[in-house]
Write a protein that binds this ligand. Structure first.
Ligand SMILES: Cc1cc2nc3c(=O)[nH]c(=O)nc-3n(C[C@H](O)[C@H](O)[C@H](O)COP(=O)(O)OP(=O)(O)OC[C@H]3O[C@@H](n4cnc5c(N)ncnc54)[C@H](O)[C@@H]3O)c2cc1C
Length: 393
């Protein structure tokens, strides 16, 4: 067992760290204030090839491998997300969205679909959004009501998707809909739909608590005619694609939690070294040292769960039999991010509550992480199922 990063990944982390400091950090507070998607930050990511980090070379991606020739793209993406999220959670999400909406294409798409959508994303020409959640179905993904009715060589899609991250800037949408509404999860199919398709529109943009630089919006499908060639994989075989997509992206969400916690803790520790009370820097007080110790330990535990989970995904292990390891990383790292964001704010006392410091933003941004891509309760359901089925024994 070797806990050192391969040299290419260590170099990548340095490169993204510099980029995050120079390009992302100065814009983070402003994105939070304005809620405007940062095209300049996306362009900086594109110029460094970051949208292709997790994808193979033949599709235009980085095709990263370790010394033994094993793919390490998911781990690379996690490291990049972690570095960026130290300063700005929304910018970390922009990188995550180079993976989430494309995973169904990777899992079930034809070579042409992969070249068009994944290739386009690697070149920074196309951005996607992943459309699963509906007003009546979030955690219960099999309960979606959007329909896709076959009509000759087309499907006609109807329904409303909500809370779709990146919808306002997306060029394409991967959409789960029922091709057999009576068949529960066995009636789900997945489609990739271009934004320009008549009948697809981006609706209400939500006013939300944090992660404001990536708007979240409704995607409305009204008699949206989609060529059958835009279906991803077999008809009615989409539920597995959706579940595997979520499993495979869980380490990347976890990495958003790692980065956020690192940024919050680093800021608070620096403050605690400078701030004085009762004649001492507050970092000298045992009450705060133990708080810092707990936060640092929590972070380190989450980091290794996350890297290990990313390594599993890189080895193609994101099916049901390994899902609990991916859920553990997502559950632990996102809950940890909330604990650390709260503890770090506490270190600043009343100053932490004010917008002169970034910790109230970190605190609000952290709150998103335990809700998206499977709430903490759903992660516990997945882990609990595996425990009950005997994975520990
Ligand atoms: C900022 C943001 C961005 C998002 N981006 C996207 C996106 O890009 N694409 C997309 O498709 N969706 C997106 N979502 C939606 C997100 O995935 C859902 O909100 C989430 O899955 C929960 O669904 P829900 O909100 O309908 O809550 P519900 O499913 O109604 O859950 C309500 C509560 O019940 C709990 N619960 C539900 N079932 C169980 C159970 N079996 N056991 C125990 N507790 C349970 C939940 O944990 C939660 O606490 C986003 C959400 C947010 C907030």
């Amino acid at each position: 067992m070797d806990f050192t990063l391969p040299a290419e990944l260590a170099a990548l982390r340095e490169m993204v760290r510099d980029l995050a400091r120079e390009v992302v950090a100065p814009r983070a507070a402003e994105l939070d204030e304005t809620g405007v998607y940062p095209e300049d930050i996306f362009a900086a990511f594109r110029d460094r090839g970051l949208p292709g980090l997790a994808w193979p070379e033949e599709l235009g991606g980085a095709g990263l491998r370790d010394a033994a020739g094993r793919p390490v793209g998911t781990l690379a993406l996690c490291l990049a997300v972690e570095e960026v999220a130290r300063f700005c959670s929304a910018s970390g999400l922009i990188l995550l969205l180079t993976r989430l909406p494309l995973m169904p294409v990777w899992l079930a798409g034809t070579p042409e679909q992969k070249e068009r959508y994944i290739g386009g994303a690697c070149r920074g020409e196309r951005r996607g959004a992943f459309c699963l959640t509906e007003p009546e179905a979030g955690s219960d993904a099999a309960g979606i009501r959007a329909t896709a009715r076959r009509d000759g060589d087309h499907y006609v899609l109807n329904g409303t998707k909500i809370f779709i991250s990146g919808a306002t800037v997306a060029d394409f949408f991967t959409i789960a809909a029922k091709t057999d509404p009576a068949a529960g999860h066995r009636g789900v199919s997945v489609f990739v739909v271009d934004r320009v398709t008549p009948g697809l529109s981006v609706g209400k943009v939500e006013r939300k608590m944090g992660v404001k630089g990536v708007p979240v919006a409704e995607v409305v499908l009204q008699d949206c005619r989609v060529p059958a060639a835009q279906r991803l994989g077999a008809e009615n075989a989409g539920f597995r694609v959706v579940m595997q997509t979520l499993n495979a992206v869980r380490p990347v969400v976890a990495a958003r939690g790692l980065g956020l916690a690192e940024g919050a803790l680093a800021y608070a520790v620096e403050y605690a070294r400078e701030r004085r009370a009762f004649g001492h820097p507050i970092a000298d007080f045992q009450g705060l040292r133990w708080l810092m110790a707990d936060m640092a330990t929590d972070l380190e535990a989450a980091r290794w769960l996350t890297y290990r989970a990313a390594t599993l995904v890189d080895a193609g292990r994101y099916g049901r039999e390994d899902a609990h390891f991916l859920s553990m990383a997502k559950l632990y790292a996102t809950e940890m991010a909330n604990r650390v964001a709260s503890g770090a704010l506490q270190l600043l006392g009343g100053h932490g509550y004010m917008k002169d410091h970034p910790l109230e933003r970190f605190y609000r941004d952290a709150r998103q992480l335990t809700l998206v891509e499977g709430t903490s309760q759903i992660q516990r359901e997945i882990i609990g199922r595996a425990v009950a089925e005997g994975f520990l024994t």
